[in-house]
Design a protein around this ligand. Structure first.
Ligand SMILES: [Zn+2]
Length: 419
């Protein structure tokens, strides 16, 4: 797709919820081949380490203080209502199913994602390149797309845009995305679209997002979803095959493989209630919206499910743990100080943000949790560390917020040299 003298096209593969140890130990042929031909490290996610927040960080190269997406569920001060991106299907229904789907699919990109943040799709297409996205929930771009499904308004995405059969820029013959999620129908849909795009060499950047692994890992617990990882590997294999084989694929494309966040085991769940505050809880993070941040944080001083309660006082981050202010605790988490500050300085965040204690999860709006399985969202390393693999595009970045810069450097740096 690129013109002479410019950079190789790139495929960015995001496997939702994949922990570093699972990728490092994989014997899946496609991922193993990429590991053996690339550079690998463990990198850090953002906070809260939850998919909508993390995918916004991957797409914009920034933390929530810039991109504005605070949590899976949050209080929209402008509209005086809850926004629920789908903590669970029951939570989505409790918050109003139609509104929830519209918030997740449409409003996240059209309204909640800050216009001060530029997505990688907007940046590259602004420079004349073609970008493609499959299923990633942060997709904002410069092209208007209509949906064939009644009730879904036009949205702005990359030129080649495929979103769970709801928006499709091109006819590909892919199966319907939703038919059987537990059997991996969403990743099968992504594989079919990916194959179609690679066969046509139809992009400079393809962002190929695979959500099914996270779904399985929530049920089975971290480091147990081997079957789901095999299916993710099959999706990657489909891309390699479409290029004529693994070597031909790497002749044509540079590659980045990562996840958006990790997962850790859940043994107990807790329902949080704070008088005078509105709690929005999901997975292993929660927000409290209310007037007196210190009082709201102190109200949870004895709560075993809370590892640390974070708030701003005179512009400084305060971390409360075991009933004391303890700023030093932030240094035990990967990039803890920077990530806590960026989460709190998001205009959509609660006055207090809670990071769950090891083994705990906060029940969502409908009381759902993943007890006995896996979850994520906290500052802890298990939730926050991600695998980061690059092939043919330079060293892997240390944070998911470094991916956009890596891609811009690759495409626009090479163009500058050619000029
Ligand atoms: Zn998840």
């Amino acid at each position: 797709m690129t013109e002479l003298g410019t950079a190789k096209p790139v495929v960015l593969i995001v496997i939702d919820g994949l922990t570093p140890s699972m990728l490092e130990a994989t014997d899946g042929p496609a991922l193993r081949f990429l590991l053996e031909h690339g550079e690998y490290r463990r990198a850090v996610s953002t906070f809260p380490s939850l998919t909508p927040v993390c995918l916004a960080s991957i797409a914009t190269g920034a933390h929530p203080d810039v991109h504005g997406i605070p949590h899976l569920v949050w209080w929209n001060r402008d509209e005086q209502r809850l926004v629920e991106y789908g903590s669970s299907f029951a939570a989505l229904r409790a918050s109003g199913l139609v509104q929830g789907v519209r918030d997740t699919v449409v409003n996240l990109n059209e309204r909640h994602l800050s216009h001060d943040a530029e997505t990688v799709f907007e940046a590259l297409e602004g420079a004349g390149l073609t970008t493609a996205a499959i299923n990633i929930t942060t997709y904002r771009g410069r092209h208007r797309h209509l949906s064939p499904i009644p009730g879904f308004p036009p949205v702005h995405g990359p030129k080649r845009f495929f979103f769970y059969s709801v928006y499709e820029s091109d006819r590909t013959g892919a199966p319907i995305a939703w038919l059987n999620r537990s059997l991996g129908s969403i990743d099968s849909y992504a594989a079919a679209i990916g194959r179609w795009l690679v066969t046509r060499d139809g992009f400079d950047l393809l962002v190929h997002y695979l959500p099914d692994y996270d779904y399985a890992s929530h049920v089975l617990g971290p480091d147990a979803a081997h079957e789901a990882l095999r299916r993710a590997d099959d999706s990657v294999s489909a891309l390699l095959d479409a290029a004529g084989g693994p070597d031909q694929f790497l002749d044509r494309y540079a590659v980045v493989v990562c996840s958006d966040h990790g997962q850790s085991p859940v043994k107990e769940s807790a329902r949080l209630d704070v008088s005078g505050g509105l709690v929005t809880a999901s997975n292993r993070a929660a927000m409290i919206y209310g007037d007196d941040a210190r009082r709201l944080a102190e109200a949870l001083d004895g709560e075993p499910a809370v590892d640390v309660a974070l708030f701003l006082e005179d512009g400084e981050v305060v971390a409360r743990r075991h009933g004391d202010d303890d700023g030093a605790v932030l240094d035990i988490y990967p990039e803890g100080r920077a990530r806590a500050g960026a989460a709190l300085r998001n205009r959509n965040a609660g006055e207090v943000i809670l990071s769950a204690a090891p083994g705990y999860e906060f029940a969502d709006l409908a009381g759902r949790h993943h007890q006995g399985g896996g979850s994520h969202g906290s500052l802890a390393a298990g939730d926050s560390e991600v695998p980061m693999l690059t092939v043919g595009i330079g060293p892997p970045p240390s944070s998911i917020t470094g991916i956009k810069g890596l891609l811009l450097g690759h495409f626009l740096g090479a163009r500058r040299e050619a000029a």
